[in-house]
Design a protein around this ligand. Structure first.
Ligand SMILES: [Mn+2]
Length: 241
């Protein structure tokens, strides 16, 4: 018998990427202009954590006050937020590494990749920053094994190599890496459109960009369940209500 309660997810995660703050020539896309869209989605979707999968800023030379403002705004939403740099923003978080960022802010900055442990959610998140956007860099290379007794999400910024046209491109994610990944969800950034790129048992998606003129603005809502695969929903933002 199916108990309705079993349909309640154990965790809900907001996955976004390719925000490109300060990057659109048509608009400023400043943090103060655009962050309310993320904050509104966090509130309306009632998520437990947020993942930003790279290209958060359009350039690693964004003014420090914009970076500080984003960290401040994220700290105000009071749930764990995990930030991975992409090829556009690379070492942007180095400038704030020594400042207090808030207990809920987790910056993935180690070149070899690092695992963030969020004990309050029994959640481990691994990612590797895109410091070397070349054909030699593989965002999923070196992914650790699943930690015992924890939810496990992998975050990466790169191009899934699912077309021969992508030969020689930088930061490729090979299909076999997606097939072999033993985790609950793979949160991807780099392609500015919501896309299912699942190759094995683990759901793998691009969230799409949450604003910008070239795509339907979207985020992804991830629901994790103990005994079935993660559910991934495309959410158009801003959310109408
Ligand atoms: Mn990118």
């Amino acid at each position: 018998m199916i108990n309705a309660h079993n349909d309640d997810p154990s965790l809900k995660i907001l996955h976004t990427a390719d925000l490109h703050f300060l990057g659109d020539t048509a608009r400023l896309n400043s943090v103060e202009d655009r962050f309310p869209i993320i904050k509104d989605a966090v509130n309306k979707l009632d998520v437990d954590a947020v993942i930003l999968a790279g290209d958060i800023f359009d350039t690693p030379h964004a003014p420090p006050e914009q970076v500080t403002r984003l960290i401040h705004d994220l700290s105000q939403i009071s749930i764990p937020c995990v930030l991975l740099p992409g090829n556009h923003d690379a070492r942007i978080f180095d400038q704030i590494a020594n400042e207090k960022t808030g207990d809920n802010i987790f910056l993935i900055t180690k070149e070899e990749g690092e695992t963030i442990l969020i004990s309050s959610l029994n959640l481990a998140i691994w990612g590797k920053p895109t410091y070397d956007h070349t054909p030699q860099f593989r965002p999923l290379e070196g992914m650790p094994k699943r930690p015992d007794n924890k939810w496990y999400i992998v975050v990466a910024h790169g191009l899934v190599y699912d077309s021969p046209d992508f030969e020689g491109r930088s930061s490729l994610i090979h299909p076999e890496e997606l097939i072999e990944a033993d985790c609950d969800y793979i949160a991807l950034g780099h392609v500015h459109a919501f896309r299912d790129v699942t190759k094995g048992k683990t759901p793998a998606f691009y969230s799409g960009a949450p604003w910008g003129s070239t795509t339907t603005p979207t985020v992804a809502l991830i629901s994790l369940y103990p005994e079935k695969p993660a559910k991934v929903e495309q959410i158009t933002v801003p959310i109408e209500q």
